[in-house]
Design a protein around this ligand. Sequence first.
Ligand SMILES: *[C@@H]1O[C@H](CO)[C@@H](O)[C@H](O)[C@H]1NC(C)=O
Ligand SMILES: *[C@@H]1O[C@H](CO)[C@@H](O)[C@H](O)[C@H]1NC(C)=O
Ligand SMILES: *[C@@H]1O[C@H](CO)[C@@H](O)[C@H](O)[C@H]1NC(C)=O
Length: 667
Amino acid sequence: MFGRGGAAARMRGRNDGGAQKRRVLVTVCALVVMFSAISLYHGSFFGNRTNKSVVEETFDPTASGWAANLAAGIRGESGRGREVVGADVKAVKDEVEEEVEEKEEVAGEKDAFAEKLEGNDDESGADERTSEDGAPKSFPVCDAQYTENIPCLDLAMNKKLKLKLNHSVMEHYERHCPPSDHRLNCLIPPPPNYKVAIRWPKSRDEVWQSNVPHTFLATEKSDQHWMVVNGQKVNFPGGGTHFPNGADKYISNVAKMLKDPEGNLSMGGKIRTVLDVGCGVASFGAYLLPLDIIAMSLAPNDVHQNQIQFALERGIPATLGVLGTKRQPFPSKSFDLAHCSRCRIEWHQRDGILLLEVDRLLRPGGYFVWSAPPAYREDPEDQQIWKEMTALVTSMCWTVAAHQDQTVIWQKPLTNDCYEQRPEGQAPPLCKATDPDSAWNVPMEACITPLTDEVRTVEPWPKRLLAPSPRLDELRIDDKKYLSDTSIWRRRVEFYWKTLKAANQVEQNSVRNIMDMNANYGGFAAALRDKDLPVWVMNVVPSAGPNTLGIVYDRGFIGSLHNWCEAFSTYPRTYDLLHAWSVFSDIEKENCSIEDLLLEMDRILRPMGIVIIRDKADMVDRVSKYLTALRWSSWHQVVEADKDGLSDGDEKILFARKELWQPEDVL
Ligand SMILES: *[C@@H]1O[C@H](CO)[C@@H](O)[C@H](O)[C@H]1NC(C)=O
Ligand SMILES: *[C@@H]1O[C@H](CO)[C@@H](O)[C@H](O)[C@H]1NC(C)=O
Ligand SMILES: *[C@@H]1O[C@H](CO)[C@@H](O)[C@H](O)[C@H]1NC(C)=O
């Protein structure tokens, strides 16, 4: 059941069949489409601008240089229970092997698709598509099979490049970006009948089926109430494998275990940032929102893929990720609480490397909530797991904060004292060389990230929103600079909002999922919070710049490190608003193409979504020439930015709004 995302286009036409029949067809279709996807994955997504050909015939598998570090054992959430876990891993491997065979069988497909794409290319012709100033007049539309394309998390691409990835450590679910000559250079079309997303807060409980046309989980998880198909909509009753009676009751039970008198997991603002690993459709995260808790819900693009796509379609913060061999793209000490219910991760394996990564991400005194049968069951296998898990967490100096039935809550220490008192040679060792906050393409290590000597806890939420973060010192940023940043962004965001309102470009709750592509200290998100809008912000800190993401987390927001020369780990059409401050200038300094970045922004932007690009005036002028080609011409406006403490007055701001289009409109 791999790669169903890539197979969306084909599946859709056949979804009206019976349930069993559908399963078989889906598998076959997935394999067929996956092969086509592989054979078609050419052209330049981020690369060579002069190569207008979308298809080319050769590639060099050695051109890519990843696929080295191995390690692990996440298995994605499943309701089928732990008993079948081992079998699952094997099944997954078998499927992958089958895939390869199938692909060879359907080799004929490749040429048909290649010709089709080449045909398109010939018709439009590179010369006609490019205007005199070098900006294209139009971009081709990608084939329908790419409606859910995620360039760096594409199993078909891994195959195409013949990457040797260790499945037992989930390496195939980690990021592997296509080399420049294998990038698409076209606009990702929405699926047929795509509709403007249902608005928050209604979207928490229902989404359009046509927007995320995967009802597999509804049948697969029918007994667990993850989701229910209801006419043109898919409903989310709030269930999960571990909480068939609803996430809200489960959450309040966790809070009671931690002795919050009101059963409010926020615990007076002590808990604000949460990491949910193996999050299903993110109902846990959804039901934390009323408690003013924000969760980063994480799941791989796996057998239960599209979980993250559903989460984002619902307006719940989420991102694609897997605990495999590399650190999560988050700094150390970011989360007040981490959660894993039936997430089927074998934490005690591989010297505890995965749990040690969670430990890195937890704040001093942070909690890890683990809900799984070994926490209570009596059978020998579960008891063995429980024993090993207990030994591991004890060696990591975690203590039991509460234990009830299937749920155990451990707490990370506040200081290094316990680590220092461990017997000589006790595993896991303390980490030595690596910067604990460095997390972009950094391999995980089975070691404990030591804490700083001084205990510096963050203020309770919402006080921490504006209070200078304890990490400012570490980064040698003075409080004044931080506070002035906050007030500059307050003014800037005020202006953005006024402009959008004046142009009638924001409707009631039409903006929910926001990405700040260069978040710095999180001032943009903080200003939005002030406005009391029903939005959440994915704060991205570019991997090439100073690593300020810890400050963003310290003030109670979530975000990710990222390199904007590559595609982001999310599905197409997942953000309502993208804010790019200085991102274009910055990536050009790294010799990456602004055209590729524009196509990536278009991929992740929802139809009718808004972009705000703030950059050097000449950069904004260059970017503006692409609006028609990108079909971002629903509305646009360019204004000169006022001089302020972050800008010397040579900046412009481009506002633009993406159209809602279908491939047939573009011909
Ligand atoms: C995959 O990783 C595991 C765990 O590190 C290791 O034992 C195994 O040998 C690796 N397999 C391959 C094919 O490299
Ligand atoms: C829980 O507590 C937080 C702040 O600590 C508050 O904002 C929220 O409204 C509370 N939620 C409920 C349901 O009481
Ligand atoms: C970008 O290209 C220029 C000219 O080829 C080179 O001098 C520079 O070092 C490159 N910069 C980066 C970050 O690769």
